[in-house]
Design a protein around this ligand. Structure first.
Ligand SMILES: C[S@@+](CC[C@H](N)C(=O)[O-])C[C@H]1O[C@@H](n2cnc3c(N)ncnc32)[C@H](O)[C@@H]1O
Length: 307
């Protein structure tokens, strides 16, 4: 399993993230431990790494992987709980906070996880299986308008209304339970040329919605900034434009020292600048990396420093 996911932009992530080799670091998306291992390789024996993943398989696997390394603590929490984890560990500040968003290749390819239309699986898409509502519940119970809206908002799919209408027609015959059933519904109304892109967008939309990924990401970034030491770094890898926009906007907001309306003659807000943006433009993988690991092709890295 550990070879199943190749860490993306590894060297670039570590270069931005690790300054103090005796520091305390947080990896919010442990997965199969690729980036966590890279961080540990740069740290000395006094350092600490706290890593977490909502996915139970990733947690179990990585717990075993790092069991002999006393510098590491592994959690099976959402990264949004970074503040709670810091409290449990009596950590006041981190030297670096890292996240590599989305799902691992293992989750993506595992038929039991139901993350892709490429495998026939239960239409689930929950990263954390304790979440009450899965993708199939949504598809079978939401109104046509709500389904269309969420496919449009989180998948940026312009045929969202047509897809929602087809889903609602199909579910009157039979409950839609599997990834392949959804695949078939979409393929009947989409030309072969656009099918893969459309399917990717619809599955992306459902995954983001089911896991509340965008709101969680936003709150994680602001909590992480609260917990960074001055000079500490936050580094985030994202894989689609909606995530990247959240990161870009949150970093920008944290870098501003005034948010007063433009027509105010003097500043009346108490806003303080807490971040210096280190990547004006996001870092993307080299052509070599994309050839070695095609799943890296949409990656974007943004980094910032606590001031
Ligand atoms: C792209 S993979 C990370 C791979 C890892 N960097 C590696 O090299 O092995 C993303 C991981 O983040 C986890 N994940 C996604 N959202 C999460 C969240 N909000 N909190 C914690 N883990 C999350 C997923 O379960 C998945 O294992």
């Amino acid at each position: 399993m550990s070879n199943y996911h190749i860490p993306v932009l590894l060297e670039e992530s570590l270069n931005y993230l690790v300054g103090n080799r005796s520091g305390i670091y947080f990896d919010g998306t442990l997965g199969f431990g690729g980036h966590s291992q890279g961080i540990l390789n740069l740290l000395n024996e006094n350092a600490q790494l706290i890593s977490t993943d909502v996915d139970a398989n990733a947690f179990e696997h990585s717990k075993k992987k790092f069991t002999d390394d006393a510098r590491v603590k592994i959690y099976n929490f959402n990264f949004q709980k970074i503040d709670i984890i810091a409290k449990i560990e009596s950590i006041k500040r981190f030297d670096g906070v890292f996240a590599d968003l989305g799902v691992s290749s293992y989750q993506y390819d595992s038929p039991s996880a139901g993350f892709t239309y490429r495998q026939d699986a239960k239409l689930d898409l929950r990263l954390d299986k304790s979440i009450a509502v899965n993708a199939s519940d949504i598809i079978n119970s939401y109104s046509e308008e709500d389904i269309a809206d969420l496919i449009y908002k989180y998948g940026e799919e312009k045929n969202s209304r047509k897809i929602a209408s087809s889903i609602c027609r199909s579910r009157t015959q039979k409950r839609i339970e599997t990834t392949v059933e959804l695949y078939n519904i979409i393929s009947e109304i989409t030309s072969a040329k656009y099918l893969i892109k459309t399917l990717s967008r619809v599955f992306q939309a459902l995954r983001i919605y089911v896991n509340d990924e965008l709101d969680i990401l936003k709150s994680f970034i602001h909590k992480a900034v609260d917990l960074l030491i001055k000079g500490g770094r936050i580094v985030i890898l994202s894989y689609h434009s909606l995530e990247d926009r959240i990161i870009k906007d949150a970093f920008k907001f944290e870098s501003l020292d005034c948010i007063c309306p433009k027509d105010y003659p003097v500043c009346r807000c108490d806003k303080e600048s807490r971040l210096k943006i280190l990547t004006r433009k996001p870092i993307i993988p080299s052509n070599d990396e994309v050839v070695r690991n095609p799943r890296s092709r949409s990656a974007k890295l943004r980094a910032a420093e606590r001031i």
